[in-house]
Design a binder for this molecule. Structure first.
Ligand SMILES: *Cc1c(COP(=O)(O)O)cnc(C)c1O
Length: 421
């Protein structure tokens, strides 16, 4: 459920009419709903409420500081995969004790900065990384809290580009090797083993792969305790999927996910950490665009929008589906026709949808892409010298621009001419 509904025939974000925002900030833009972000975060805290837990929002899905502060003020932790994301979390007021650092290639500079700034735990993905953290922590005279990210070799049954838990993926330490690597970790100076971490992929629409992975984590935890390690935290990653089409795909609910966690791991006495990204941010955002032209082609018509693949990469990158709805509601029985919905970028891949049944839209009409909050703005680029588009946050009847559209002067000022030109 989200808070983007038609009121009086006009699409609203909570209490604010989308055309009102468009008139002020121009199109295209992203708009996020505070109520939806809050609601989705709480679904997880409620689902895990019988267990000690921390819900760490995966910043990579939506990293605007205003969004992070919205969640951080509710008590959320943060899952970061770069020092840039770490600094965003800190800028949002989230203390280091609520930040976990994931990622397969943390540099020494990133590790040092996180240790100096304060960090809840590193999720370590390789033996060389373990040794690097040990070296840096020892030099700084601190103990680095660590969990090893294990690769459970389960098939997440999701898009190949976002599956991470098979042995052929680059992520984590093979679970069969885990006991040996934990023994190494315990012997290295400057490290404090606190837990086990697993993350098998994104946009999972079935609980079975999660459960298979968690049962392997359970077995490993019991073995590690026998080996003398103090395992007090289990980080179960993110990855719960969301419905992108409103109708026929219905992924499991957070409450079902939480019940499964309690069933598989609840008796271990561990604090449970989860790292949801998409489920909190995905349905909390729209991409709003305007129709530039309606073009009749050979046997097909094109809706050419002012938004493009550089603003929302998911359709071109993952063949992802986004519902695209008119901002002015069409009445039941109004005629529709199939359109190819495209952007202006000079790539055939700049296609959002093919043959999509849409109302008869005209130049200047506004449309909204649903479920665009996650992996939308964060993946945007300036390809074709198109400025990054603004982000807007709505809260009840209020809205605020939380990232401005850069001017062309600002964009051009970043390029520097060498002395010989
Ligand atoms: C991407 C990622 C997440 C979040 O995944 P979602 O599918 O957005 O929930 C969590 N943890 C790690 C380590 C990730 O790489």
């Amino acid at each position: 459920m989200d808070h983007f509904l038609y009121q009086g025939g006009i699409l609203h974000a909570e209490g604010v009419a989308i055309p009102e925002i468009a008139a002020q900030v121009g199109t295209p833009f992203y708009v996020y709903s505070t109520a939806t972000l809050t609601r989705h975060y709480r679904l997880f805290t409620e689902a895990l409420s019988p267990l000690p837990h921390l819900v760490c929002f995966a910043i990579k899905s939506l990293s605007n500081v205003a969004v992070l502060k919205t969640l951080g003020d509710l008590g959320a932790g943060m899952d970061v995969v770069s020092i840039g994301e770490y600094l965003r979390a800190r800028a949002a007021g989230v203390p280091g004790e609520r930040i976990v650092f994931s990622g397969v290639g943390k540099t020494r500079a990133e590790i040092r900065a996180a240790l100096e700034g304060g960090i809840r735990q590193f999720n370590v993905e390789s033996e060389p990384e373990l040794r690097a953290i040990s070296d840096i922590a020892t030099a700084l005279g601190v103990q680095a809290p660590i969990a090893l990210r294990v690769n459970p070799d389960v098939d997440a049954k999701t898009h190949a580009k976002i599956a991470t838990g098979k042995s052929e993926n680059k992520f984590g330490i093979p679970i069969a090797k885990a006991r040996a690597v934990y023994a190494e970790a315990a012997a290295l100076p400057g490290l404090r083993v606190v837990g086990v971490d697993v993350h098998i992929g994104s946009q999972l629409t079935d609980l079975a792969p999660f459960e298979a992975a968690f049962l392997k984590v359970r077995e490993l935890t019991l073995q590690l305790r026998e080996d003398g390690h103090q395992i007090t935290r289990l980080d179960l990653g993110g990855g719960l999927g969301i419905p992108y089409t409103g109708s026929n795909d219905a992924p499991p609910l957070p409450v079902e996910y939480g019940a499964m966690i309690q069933r598989t791991l609840g008796d271990l006495g561990c604090e449970i950490e989860i790292e949801p990204g998409r489920l909190i941010s995905g349905n909390s955002g729209l991409l709003v665009a305007q129709v530039v032209y309606v073009k009749s082609g050979e046997g097909r018509d094109f809706l050419i929008l002012d938004a493009a693949m550089n603003d929302l990469a998911r359709p071109s990158m993952y063949d992802a589906h986004h519902d695209i709805v008119p901002v002015v509601e069409s009445a039941p029985g109004d005629p529709t026709q199939p359109f190819d919905v495209v952007g202006p970028v000079c790539e055939t891949g700049d296609t959002f949808a093919r043959g999509r049944e849409m109302p008869l839209l005209a130049e200047g009409d506004l449309v909204a892409f649903r479920s665009a909050g996650a992996y939308g703005a964060v993946m945007a680029s300036e390809y074709n010298s198109r400025p990054l588009i603004p982000e807007v946050l709505v809260n009840g009847d209020h809205f605020a621009v939380i990232r401005e559209r850069p001017t062309f002067d600002e964009i051009l000022a970043r390029d520097k001419l060498p002395f010989w030109l």
